[in-house]
Structure formats: structure tokens, C-alpha cells
Design a binder for this molecule. Structure first.
Ligand code: G3I
Length: 460
């Protein structure tokens, strides 16, 4: 959701002014100033930068691309987690009943091990990509076949998998909050917990995840998954993690409450992982969206890592949307720089294309904020200051605590109202002279933000 700046351009609105003046008079409860800045270490990589906070940065890998030198060069340099894109699915690993085929998946696992990367196993039980013989089964025969599959595959990879997507995409889209109808679901509602128990018995060392899409914000589908995880935890069904696929585009953008949604699952006592990230688009819009996702993960302690769903745009399952971090030639996109800089601590430069020269050394932009809070509400004023180069546009990410919401903003265009909220310049304050600054503000309900804002810019 986006909202327009609510007040007269360039001026502090009367109602807001009184709140800010209240601070000067010492009448308001909280005042905090936080500054942050930073530029990426040019020598760093996605994996190394994520590793600095104890997280991994992974990618989906296709076995048939392991002979592509450009592909492998990027894989080996940048990534610390590997997910076989299709090679561990049921149709690949058990093409005929009780006849297992691990060659392609083994090649990927072996390659990952060789570069010191870990492996996310994907996926043991799923309604899609089932071999023909499974599609022809039902009832107890299908239930037994599913449990045998989980047991055999998890046993084959025992001790070599960081986390398994034990069950993938078992909930319906839309507002029903129901399970997806599938042959597996028709074997009985307990098929999911049966799969998790079989996986735990076969490989007690792997973390066991439930993985899905369209669960990235709070909605009927994610509420249903949340209720299942809560139920599993209360009954001792083994579940360790929830995967949020995070396939985004213009029709399905990064939700405003993305971070809050990750956090509420984390609060159930599971790890959360971003498992199949891709964002269609280009330039700074795409780069900013990637930054928001990375920032959300960094702000959730139990978010242990991020996996992008492929390496180059041309490797993607939706290549036409150019949704990844490397272009078809293996060049780093603006989205790559944005992700790396966000991993390196925010206050980042965000060039619109890979041909744009890097920003000068030192911070390209800093964001400081002051917050004036009272019971049930707050006003936050943010000051954006340019580094040694003029800015041609800027964007600031702010993370709201769970239950808080932005109700209005001035001198900036907001996207989202809760969780990770992004504020972009409006036309009249896009340009900031070198060393100069501009201010914007927002009002909200609930508790005030306390985490440091991140500032991303385009230089002139
Ligand atoms: O390997 C065959 C090839 O021999 C054949 O000539 C060709 C003709 O269509 O098909 C090839 O197989 C394709 C396979 O990808 C490998 O490229 C399948 O048709 C195609 O359906 C399959 O698509 C995969 C898709 O899952 C299937 O559902 C994508 O690569 C894969 O990225 C995608 O991944 C899923 C996740 O597992 C779960 N979440 C959603 C995500 C995106 O759909």
C-alpha cells in the first residue's frame, strides 16, 4: 500500500509542529537520535557479508548448469547455501516406485560441499512435480508411498542437509485459510505432521521446514500456516523453521508488514528463512525492494538466511521479469549492490545501473531521526543528509514494531503502513546538495520505531 504525503509541501503541519515544539518544552516522553551510514566493502561477497551477522546467503542451483563457467564462477564466489532447484523433487528422486535416482542432486550436494556451502533440501512432499506413478495413487497407498519417499530421501542425505522443505505449498490461495486440495491432502489432514515425523526419524540433524508462497505478509493463508505451526509446537510435532518463498512483482510487491510477519512466526519459536527470493523489475525500484527484504531479515534475529531463486536473470523460472541479482552476462545489477550494501549495514548507495560509477568513499547519505512518543502514538522526524556528492533521489527504510502503523506522512511518499515501511523523496526534495540535508516526517499509532533507519540514494 502506498500513501501520499498528507500535508502541505515543505512545511511542518500545524498539528505536527505542536508535537515537535512539545519536545523542546520537555513535555514529550521520548527523544532518540540515531545516525547511520556505510558503504559496502568492495571486496565483500553476498555470502561473506551475510556471514558477518551469522546468516547465510544462498541460491537455487540447477545441475545442468554446473558446466557453465560463468554460472559456477558466481556460485563459488558469492553463495554459502545451495538449494537444488528441481533435482530433489519427487519426480527427480523417485521416478519409479522404490527406484531412487540421486545423480543430479548428488552432483549439486557435492559441489556445495566442495565450496564450503550448506544445502537446503527442496522438497520432500509437494502436490506438484510428482512422478506419474504417484499421481495415480490415492488413500493409504499414497500415504505409505509418501512416507517411504520422505524416509528414503532424508536417509540418503542424512547429515548433509541444513534444512529440509519437508512440505511445500500445502495451503490454498485466497481468503479461505483452508488446506490446498491435493491427492496428498485427500489422504487425511494429518499428512503434513506425518511427513515431518518421518523426516525427523530419518535425519535428526536436519532442520525441518514448512515452505510456501503468498505467505509473506499477514493474510488468510499465512494466518492458516501460523495456526498450523502453533498447533505443531503445542503438540510436539517436529518443526524447526518456516520458509517464505518471497516471489515478488508489481502485482505482488513486498508487503508492508513483511518484517512483522517474519517476526510473528519467529515468536512461535521457529527459525524463519527467505527461501526463493526473486523480484521482477529493474534499476532502483528493484534494488530498493531487494533492500527492504534483506533489511527485514536482518532485523529479525531468527531469520537465519536468504536464498535467491537462481543466479542470473536468464537462469530464472521467470526470466522475462529479470528478477535476480546478476544480468544474463553475469554482471552485478543495481539490485546486487543494494543487497550487498544492506547486508553490510545500511546507509547504502544504490546506483541505478551496474554501469553507474560507485559512490565516493564515505557515506553517500545518512539518516537521523527524532521521535516524540506518547501513549498510543508517535511523531517521527527524519533528517536525510547527503555525503560528499549531491543526491538526485533518496529513500529511507524504517521498521515499525509489531502493532504499530503509519497514519500520515509529510515531505515524503510512503509505501506500506506497518512492518518495514519505505519513504521516498517527493519531487520538490529529491535533490539534496552535497553536504546538505532535508527533512520529512510521519505520524503513527502504537509504539514508535526504535531501529535505525537505512538511507539509500541515487547520486547525480
Ligand atoms: O528438464 C526438462 C527438459 O528435459 C524438457 O525439455 C523441458 C520442456 O518443458 O522441461 C524441463 O523441465 C522443466 C524444469 O523446470 C527444469 O527446467 C519443467 O518443464 C518445468 O516445469 C520446471 O519448472 C520448475 C518449477 O518449479 C516446476 O514447478 C522451475 O524450474 C523451478 O524454478 C520451480 O520452482 C518452484 C519451487 O520448487 C517451489 N516454489 C515455486 C517455484 C517457482 O515455480
Amino acid at each position: 500500500m502506498t500513501f501520499e504525503p498528507a500535508r502541505e509541501r515543505g512545511r511542518t503541519p500545524g498539528r505536527m509542529r505542536s508535537a515537535v515544539l512539545g519536545v523542546a518544552a520537555g513535555a514529550v516522553a521520548v527523544s532518540a537520535f540515531i545516525a547511520l551510514s556505510g558503504t559496502a566493502d568492495a571486496a565483500s561477497t553476498l555470502g561473506a557479508s551475510a556471514g558477518a551477522s551469522g546468516r547465510y546467503f544462498g541460491t537455487a542451483v540447477a545441475a545442468n548448469k554446473l558446466s557453465d563457467a560463468t554460472y559456477v564462477g558466481i556460485l563459488d564466489r558469492e553463495f554459502t547455501m545451495v538449494t537444488p532447484e528441481n533435482e530433489m523433487k519427487w519426480d527427480a528422486t523417485e521416478p519409479n516406485q522404490d527406484s531412487f535416482s540421486y545423480a543430479d542432486a548428488d552432483r549439486i550436494v557435492s559441489h556445495a560441499t566442495g565450496i564450503g556451502a550448506r544445502v537446503r533440501g527442496h522438497a520432500l512432499a509437494w502436490h506438484s512435480q510428482q512422478p506419474g506413478w504417484v499421481q495415480n495413487l490415492s488413500g493409504t497407498a499414497l500415504r505409505s508411498a509418501m512416507l517411504n519417499h520422505v524416509t528414503q530421501v532424508a536417509t540418503h542425505y542424512r547429515g548433509r542437509i541444513y534444512a529440509w522443505d519437508v512440505v511445500n505449498e500445502a495451503f490454498a490461495d485466497g481468503g479461505s485459510g483452508a488446506r490446498r486440495d491435493s491427492n496428498l491432502q485427500r489422504t487425511g489432514n494429518d499428512w503434513i505432521e506425518a511427513a515431518f515425523r518421518a523426516a525427523r526419524a530419518a535425519d535428526p540433524t536436519a532442520k525441518l521446514c514448512y515452505n510456501d508462497y503468498n505467505t509473506d505478509g499477514q493474510n488468510a493463508k499465512s494466518n492458516a500456516v501460523y495456526a498450523m505451526v502453533q498447533d505443531f509446537k503445542s503438540r510436539g510435532v517436529p518443526i524447526d523453521c518456516v520458509g517464505f518463498q518471497s516471489h515478488f512483482n508489481a502485482q505482488s510487491p513486498v508487503p508492508g508488514d513483511y518484517q512483522a510477519n517474519l517476526q510473528r512466526f519467529a515468536n512461535l519459536g521457529v527459525e524463519v528463512q527467505i527461501t526463493e527470493l526473486d523480484i521482477e523489475g529493474s534499476g532502483s525500484t528493484q534494488a530498493d525492494a531487494f533492500a527492504r527484504v534483506v533489511q527485514a531479515c536482518l532485523h529479525v534475529t531468527a531469520c537465519t538466511g536468504i536464498t535467491v531463486w537462481g543466479i542470473r536473470d536468464t537462469d530464472s523460472w521467470r526470466a522475462g521479469g529479470t528478477p535476480l541479482l546478476f544480468d544474463g552476462n553475469g554482471g552485478k545489477k543495481a539490485a546486487y549492490t543494494s543487497v550487498l550494501n544492506t547486508l553490510d549495514g545500511g546507509g547504502t548507495s544504490n546506483p541505478p545501473s551496474s554501469s553507474t560509477p560507485p559512490p565516493p568513499s564515505g557515506a553517500a547519505c545518512t539518516a537521523t531521526f527524532s521521535t516524540n512518543a506518547w501513549s498510543g502514538g508517535f511523531v517521527t522526524t527524519v533528517k536525510v543528509t547527503a555525503g560528499s556528492s549531491a543526491l538526485s533521489s533518496w529513500s529511507v527504510g524504517v521498521t515499525l514494531p509489531g502493532g504499530s502503523a503509519v497514519t500520515s506522512a509529510w515531505n515524503a511518499q510512503g509505501t506500506g503502513t506497518s512492518g518495514a515501511v519505505q519513504f521516498a523523496n517527493v519531487s520538490y526534495n529529491a535533490r539534496v546538495a552535497a553536504g546538505g540535508s532535508t527533512e520529512f516526517g510521519f505520524q503513527g499509532t502504537g509504539s514508535a520505531p526504535s531501529a535505525a533507519p537505512t538511507c539509500t540514494v541515487s547520486l547525480t
